[in-house]
Design a protein around this ligand. Structure first.
Ligand code: FE2
Ligand code: FE2
Length: 373
């Protein structure tokens, strides 16, 4: 199919929203372009060795597995992702332009991340024949489809929609072997839970900062992510090698990459965090703390987020990324040199973060947790 065709159609269907007080317009076409981006910082689509994943035997964790699947099959959030009387009217035209731009970027990136889970889980369900594995992935795909759809509904009110069908066909897929899928996806589910619940609790205490109704949906929403994380913890528990030996270095790599990416991304949205009344550094550390606490259920290490070099080095990583983005915008030879220097600085900052000694733990015999925040 012609890569341009679906986007052309989409443009005809949705009228672009105009950013108040500026000539800038944000269209569905641009939203889909943003979702199509594949950089180190943007959500990706993944593919893996589905046969290897299909061969997982969950017998060693059967009791916990059945309990978790039972909970998911009961579908506690069946009716949750629908707009109801709690969905207040959103004044998109009255929203301050910088906030509007960052909030839309936040929604697009969240929608892409949710949908990325949906695509991967659906594919596992389609390719597999192991009843335990396919049932789990079908239940998780169901949840992620709802999450992505609900965010897209919110975007549609602003006259924007991410073309999810187009993304499925045209976005680049990154291959990760199954163990990397476990580490990356487990972490993204748990950090997703921590992010949603931290914003939800903050806005419970500061309802005047709730500038959009979607935040009211975050509590039940994050419980879905919590259960998805539990499922990946159980999958990893079936094979002790996944969390031992040299794999611990991979775990540390993924922890550092996921935390570092979150820090850099969140600092790109100052107006969004100011509107919520959230300091990005406080929010980052709070989310890392909760995530680290949860990941002790399966990982034998956590990152030392209280180490004196932690925050200063994260800030160096953030500054290096600003430099890369500036270089890209500037273009030409000068821009390319700026990008190269920025990339080298980002690499050094990442290496420094990776070298901070980690904190060791002995994971418990049973991984199962309850959402505690
Ligand atoms: Fe989700
Ligand atoms: Fe999820």
């Amino acid at each position: 199919m012609n890569a341009q065709a679906p986007r052309k159609q989409l443009n005809g269907k949705h009228s672009p929203v105009s950013l108040h007080g500026t000539n800038e317009e944000f269209t569905s076409e641009q939203a889909t372009d943003v979702a199509m981006q594949d950089t180190l910082l943007t959500p990706r689509f993944y593919t893996t060795d589905f046969d290897e994943m299909d061969a997982i035997d969950v017998s060693p964790v059967r009791a916990d597995w059945d309990q978790l699947i039972g909970e998911m099959a009961a579908d506690p959030n069946k009716g949750h992702f629908k707009k109801n009387a709690d969905w207040d009217q959103v004044d998109w035209d009255g929203m301050e332009p910088e906030l509007k731009k960052e909030f839309i970027d936040f929604l697009i990136s969240s929608c892409t991340a949710e949908f990325s889970g949906c695509v991967l889980y659906k594919e596992m369900k389609r390719r597999g024949s192991n009843p335990d594995v396919t049932q789990l992935f079908q239940l998780m795909a169901r949840d992620e489809a709802r999450h992505a759809g609900f965010i897209n509904d919110a975007l549609r009110e602003a006259g924007i929609a991410v073309n999810l069908g187009f993304l499925t066909q045209q976005k680049k897929y990154t291959y990760f072997r199954p163990k990397f899928i476990y580490y990356a996806t487990y972490l993204s589910e748990k950090i997703g839970y921590a992010r949603y619940i931290t914003i939800f609790r903050h806005l419970q205490e500061n309802p005047d900062k709730r500038f959009h109704p979607i935040f009211k949906w975050f509590e039940e929403w994050c419980n879905d992510e919590f259960r998805h994380g539990e499922a990946f913890a159980l999958l990893m528990k079936t094979d002790p090698k996944l969390t031992q030996g040299k794999n611990v270095w991979w775990i540390k790599f993924f922890l550092t990459a996921v935390y570092g990416t979150m820090w850099v991304r969140d600092h790109q949205r100052p107006a969004f965090h100011a509107a919520l009344g959230v300091d990005e550094a406080w929010y980052g550390q709070e989310v890392f703390r909760k995530t680290s606490e949860m990941t002790k259920q399966i990982f034998p290490i956590t990152l030392d987020i209280d180490h004196p070099a932690w925050i200063p080095t994260l800030n160096k990583l953030r500054d290096a990324n600003v430099q890369i983005a500036d270089g890209k915008r500037a273009g030409g030879l000068g821009g390319r040199i700026k990008q190269m220097i920025g990339t080298a600085k980002a690499g050094m900052a990442f290496a420094r973060l990776y070298m901070i000694p980690s904190v060791k733990h002995t994971p418990p015999a049973s991984t199962m947790l309850q959402p505690a925040y």
